[in-house]
Ligand binder design. Structure first.
Ligand code: TXA
Ligand code: MG
Length: 307
């Protein structure tokens, strides 16, 4: 892969911050992550402070390529191998039995670790030069909307992040699909950038749909939320009934394809805050493909803030 002189310098700058135990916001195909050296306990602790995130919410370890995963997991089940081969690099996180190397601060003391091989040329190169893994949650304050541009990260985290590696807007726009492969059969714990149907097809029906309280820690009911209320509409008619422009309500999602809706979702929610909309009226897309992830995020954005 080739890089411009500016990109090369930016990657080296990010590398120096990681090596010094600092925090770098990194672009991925899904959302920006807030990365620290996963082997450096002090650096990883800084992530929780910067985000205001509870310490028992585990972090995903990001690595350069599929073979680097074996340094962080104790084993890979056959279904995990299938998903890894088909989806990495890409918007998939696998929960796997952790290797001894993985720090408790990364997993919140769990016996599993979340691992992902992101697909973004700058971050892949950063990880390649770094040689290790970085622990990274989405680069937003806890409970707020995930960032899909470098400007979002700066606006949200300010000086609490040492360096933002600007890789442009994130092409997918919603977080990775999380599949727990530490259990038989595997379970989808969070719908995301890889549609659930694709995972089902790859595993030939050997997939459990998660019921009851999610095993992905930190999957709170209220999350991904703008400051103003979010009202959900199942149809264009429902949007019309709820849309009250005079009252300052902002409508989102009408006339967008699923990939465009996913890509723009967090930007649209942020715009609502920026323009001080009184409420967001969001069209719920059909529950197919990326629609699963968009619906999940909208339900969380709309959930009772006390919940
Ligand atoms: O697309 C993504 O996944 C982005 C980019 C930056 O890679 N990352 C991301 O991380 O969304 P985060 O921390 O915002 O969301 C990851 C979710 C959290 O709810 C976390 O608690 C859960 O995954 N998680 C991570 N490791 C886990 C584990 N070992 N067991 C259970 N849940 C885990
Ligand atoms: Mg997050």
């Amino acid at each position: 892969m080739s890089f411009t002189a500016d990109e090369d310098a930016a990657i080296d700058g990010a590398l120096a911050v990681l090596r010094a135990g600092g925090l770098v916001a990194v672009p991925t195909e899904t959302v920006y992550g807030l990365a620290a050296n996963a082997d450096d306990e002090h650096a990883v602790r800084r992530i929780f402070v910067a985000k205001g995130r509870p310490a028992d919410h585990p972090l995903i370890v990001h690595v350069a390529g599929p073979t680097d995963v074996f340094a962080w997991c104790a084993s890979m089940s056959p279904p995990a191998e299938v998903l890894a081969a088909a989806c990495w690099p890409g918007p998939l996180t696998l929960l796997l039995p952790r290797a001894a190397r993985v720090l408790d601060v990364v997993t919140g003391g769990r016996d599993t670790v979340g691992i992902r091989v992101p697909a973004h040329r700058l971050t892949t190169e950063l990880l390649r030069r770094f040689g290790g893994g970085v622990a990274a949650p989405s680069a937003n304050r806890f409970g707020r909307v995930s960032p899909t541009t470098a400007a979002h990260v700066r606006a949200d985290l300010g000086d609490d992040v040492d360096l933002v590696l600007d890789g442009g807007p994130c092409p997918v726009g919603v977080e990775s699909t999380i599949v727990d492969c530490s259990v038989e059969p595997p379970q989808v714990l969070r719908p995301g950038g890889i549609p659930t149907e694709q995972i089902e097809e790859l595993l030939r029906g050997q997939l459990a749909v998660a019921h009851g309280p999610s095993r992905a820690a930190g999957m709170l009911t209220s999350h991904y939320a703008p400051a103003c209320p979010v009202l959900l509409a199942e149809s264009d008619d429902a949007v019309e009934r709820l849309a009250d422009v005079a009252a300052g309500r902002m409508v989102i999602g009408v006339g967008l394809t699923l990939p465009d809706y996913a890509r723009q979702l967090y930007e649209l929610l942020r715009n609502a805050d920026r323009t001080r909309a009184s409420a967001v009226v969001a069209l719920l897309p059909p529950p197919v493909g990326l629609g699963h992830a968009i619906r999940d995020r909208l339900f969380k954005a709309a959930a009772d803030r006390a919940g």
